[in-house]
Ligand binder design. Sequence first.
Ligand code: NAP
Length: 327
Amino acid sequence: MRAWRVHQLSEPEGALRLDEVDAPEPRAHEVLIDVAAASLNFPDVLMCRGEYQVRSPLPFTPGLEVCGTVRAVGADADPGLVGRRVIAFSTSGTGGLAEQTVAAATATFPIPDSLADAPASALHVTYQTGHVGLHRRARLASGETLLVHAGAGGVGSAAIQLGLAAGARVVATAGGPEKVQVCRDLGADVVVDYGSEDFVDVVKEFTDGRGADVVYDPVGGDVFDRSTKCIAFEGRIVVVGFTGGRFADARTNHALIKNYSVIGHYWGLYSDTRPDVVRSTHSALMELHCQGRIAPLISREIDMADVPAALASLANRGTWGKVVARW
Ligand SMILES: NC(=O)c1ccc[n+]([C@@H]2O[C@H](COP(=O)([O-])OP(=O)(O)OC[C@H]3O[C@@H](n4cnc5c(N)ncnc54)[C@H](OP(=O)(O)O)[C@@H]3O)[C@@H](O)[C@H]2O)c1
């Protein structure tokens, strides 16, 4: 089978080579999946660079999430999964940017035929991260104000939809007029081009000086620092990622004086240690999708051959929504 593999740690176009390799063997608790569609995520870029929190020995195949059909199961996995169309969170090292991937059976979810391959492949990581982050970690309540940074991105667009579905008032930030329009089209109440406007002033004005109850931050660095200037009393800042390239230092004296919380959120740990949470979140997401309240924003479907260039674009703020690759 063909698989994109990282041979040296660098930017995606220097790191990835399309190789002919043997299909991965599912371990006892895993399944082997024929990949129909794989959606790209910023962590794929981090994996190419060797900057992701989970590291696999070289050469390895990146790719977090896929839609595909189960071809075989390991000794302890449910044989009834064979032949089912599923969404899956690939086992690291044997990821989804390949013709076949493996995933834990507990990270594999059958889907209805009505859900097409591309949206199915984009309905897992960013939405799970958003749902667990906003509900379980931040306890977002209806009527609260949610500030979503990089709102036009994969993680951000899912968070805008989930925030609106939860009854929150959503302020989004984005870099540039095109991405601002993407956030408006998603239904955000207010959108700030944070490249040219100060989101702190906008949030304060929108909330009559109170600030945002929840900040969902996949960018970090200066964006995190500025968020502490417009967080509400008893607000929660959810630390989701660091696309800005700098880990901000949370000032604990400031958190004390203003009575806010800084919440670390790494969804991958739930997939590894709390499959029950992932399962119940998947059910909630499927229900929201059936109700038409969430739907992956797919900006481009690409040929799997074009993955390195697409990841380079993702790394350089050149994409919005989700990019999905297919063979
Ligand atoms: N905690 C978790 O469990 C979890 C799960 C999945 C993803 N993540 C993290 O969430 C973040 C977003 O992932 P994603 O896949 O959804 O990516 P993405 O949002 O689709 O793309 C990244 C976006 O970040 C913004 N950005 C701001 N400064 C940037 C910079 N210096 N370089 C590049 N981008 C910059 C850009 O939007 P603007 O141009 O609008 O600023 C860019 O489009 C990543 O850090 C990822 O690792 C975390």
